[in-house]
Write a protein that binds this ligand. Structure first.
Ligand code: FAD
Ligand code: GLY
Length: 367
C-alpha cells in the first residue's frame, strides 16, 4: 500500500483519511489550525437533499441521495469504533410558506419534486401546526420530506478525528501545506516547513483550496460566508424537526439548542459577524417560530462555504497524476461526507474515478 497526504482536517479530509486507513493505506492529514477549524464546525448539519433542491440539479441530487442513504451505516461504524454518538436524526424536514406568494413558490417546488418522483408530501397549514405546534399560525402550507434530517457536525468532527486516529492515521495539527510538489506531471509530495514525499495527495482544504493551485490544476473555489445564531429553546415552544423557511432555517438539537441559519455573502475570507446578518436571521426566525423572541442567545458564529464556479463539488483525479481533489462541497459537505469518503478513497486506491463522481471531475473546468 502507498502513502497518502491529505490537505485539510475538515469532515472531508478526515472522512477520506479514515476510509483510506480502514482499507490499509498509510495516511497523514495536514491541518494548519486544529481539526474542524473551517466550515465543518460552522455548519448546521442538515441532511436535506430534497428540501434544499434547486430546479437545475440532477447528477448532484443523485450523489446527495446516495450519501444520505449511507449515513446510518456510516454513523453506526463511527460509534462502534469511537463510542461517540453523532446524533443522526432522520425525522423528516418541513419547508414552510408564510404568505401566499411563498405558498405559490413552494407549490412550484412541490410539483417539480413530484415530477422527479421524490418522496415529498404537501401539508396544509393545519397539518403543519399539528406536526409542530410551536410554529407560527400564519404558516400557509409546507412540503414534508420523510427520511431527511440532521447530524451534529461538531460531534462528527470529533468522532471522525478519533476514528481516523484509531485506524492509524497520523493527524498533524498546526502544520500548513505551502505547496503541492510535482515532478514530470506526477505528484511527489507536499511542502510544509520541509519537503515530504507522498505517492498520493488529496486536496481537501475547503474554501482555501484555490491557494494550493498549481500549473495543470487550479481549483475555482471561493469562500461564501454564512452567519449563524444558536438560541436555547424553552420546552413549551420547542421544535422537533428541521424547518426551512423563506428567510432562514431552524435546526433543533437534542441538547435544547436551536440553530438559526444562515446568511450567504460573497465577502472573501471575512468571517466577521454582522448586525445586519443577525437581524435578518432573527427576523426570519421569529416570523417562523414566534417563541424565538424569548429564547436565550447562546452563540453566534460565521464560516466559509467552499463554493465553486458551478457550485458543484470538485471530486476526483486531476491532470497531475496522484493528485486527487475532494473540495468545493459548498452548502452540502456534511451531507456529502459518506459518499465523498467512499468514492474518493476508491479513486485513490484504484487510480480511476468511480462513475458516481465522473460528472464532478476537476477537468470539467478546462473546457
Ligand atoms: P473545511 O471544514 O473548511 O475544512 C478545510 C480545512 O482545511 C480547514 O480546517 C482549514 O484550516 C484546512 N486548510 C486550509 N488550507 C490548508 C493548508 N494549506 N494546509 C493545511 N490545512 C489547510 N453542509 C451541509 O451538508 N449541511 C448543512 O446544514 C450545512 N450548513 C452550513 C452552514 C454554514 C453557515 C456553512 C458555512 C456551511 C454549511 N454547510 C453545510 C457546508 C459544509 O460546512 C461544508 O461544505 C463542509 O464543511 C466542507 O468541508 P471541508 O472539510 O471540505 O472544508
Ligand atoms: N446548507 C446550509 C447552508 O449552507 O447554509
Amino acid at each position: 500500500m502507498g502513502q497518502t497526504a491529505i490537505i485539510g482536517g475538515g469532515v472531508i479530509g478526515l472522512g477520506v483519511a479514515w476510509e483510506l486507513a480502514r482499507r490499509g493505506e498509510r495516511v497523514t492529514v495536514f491541518e494548519r489550525d486544529r481539526v474542524g477549524a473551517g466550515a465543518s464546525s460552522a455548519a448546521a448539519g442538515m441532511l436535506c437533499p430534497m428540501a434544499e433542491l434547486d430546479f437545475v440539479e440532477d447528477e448532484l441530487l443523485a450523489l446527495k441521495r446516495d450519501s444520505l442513504a449511507r449515513y446510518p451505516e456510516f454513523a453506526r461504524a463511527l460509534q462502534a469504533l469511537t463510542d461517540l454518538d453523532v446524533q443522526l436524526r432522520l425525522e423528516g424536514t418541513l419547508s414552510v410558506a408564510i404568505d401566499r406568494d411563498d405558498a405559490a413558490d413552494l407549490r412550484r417546488h412541490y410539483e417539480h419534486r413530484r415530477s422527479l418522483d421524490l418522496p415529498v408530501e404537501w401539508f396544509s397549514g393545519a397539518q403543519v401546526r399539528a406536526a409542530e405546534p410551536a410554529l407560527s399560525p400564519r404558516i400557509q402550507a409546507a412540503i414534508y420530506v420523510p427520511g431527511e434530517g440532521q447530524v451534529d457536525n461538531r460531534l462528527l468532527v470529533t468522532a471522525l478525528a478519533r476514528a481516523a486516529y484509531l485506524a492509524g492515521v497520523e493527524i498533524r495539527e498546526g502544520v500548513e501545506v505551502q505547496e503541492i510538489l510535482t515532478n514530470g506531471g506526477r505528484v511527489r509530495g507536499v511542502r510544509t516547513s520541509q519537503d515530504l514525499p507522498f505517492e498520493h495527495v488529496v486536496l481537501a482544504a475547503g474554501a482555501w483550496s484555490r491557494r494550493l493551485g498549481l500549473p495543470g490544476f487550479n481549483p475555482p473555489v471561493r469562500p461564501v460566508r454564512g452567519e449563524m445564531i444558536a438560541v436555547m429553546m424553552e420546552p413549551g415552544d420547542a421544535l422537533g424537526c428541521v424547518v426551512r423557511a423563506p428567510d432562514c432555517y431552524l435546526v433543533p438539537r437534542a441538547d435544547g439548542r436551536l440553530l438559526i441559519g444562515a446568511t450567504s455573502d460573497e465577502v472573501g475570507f471575512d468571517t466577521r459577524i454582522t448586525a445586519g446578518g443577525l437581524f435578518e436571521l432573527l427576523r426570519g426566525a421569529t416570523e417562523t417560530l414566534p417563541g424565538v423572541r424569548e429564547f436565550e442567545v447562546v452563540e453566534t458564529w460565521a464560516g466559509l462555504r467552499p463554493g465553486t464556479l458551478d457550485n458543484d463539488p470538485i471530486l476526483g483525479h486531476t491532470a497531475i497524476r496522484g493528485l486527487v481533489a475532494a473540495t468545493g462541497h459548498y452548502r452540502n459537505g456534511i451531507l456529502l461526507l459518506p459518499a465523498t469518503a467512499h468514492y474518493i478513497s476508491e479513486a485513490v486506491l484504484s487510480g480511476s474515478d468511480p462513475d458516481a463522481i465522473a460528472g464532478f471531475g476537476p477537468r470539467r473546468f478546462d473546457r
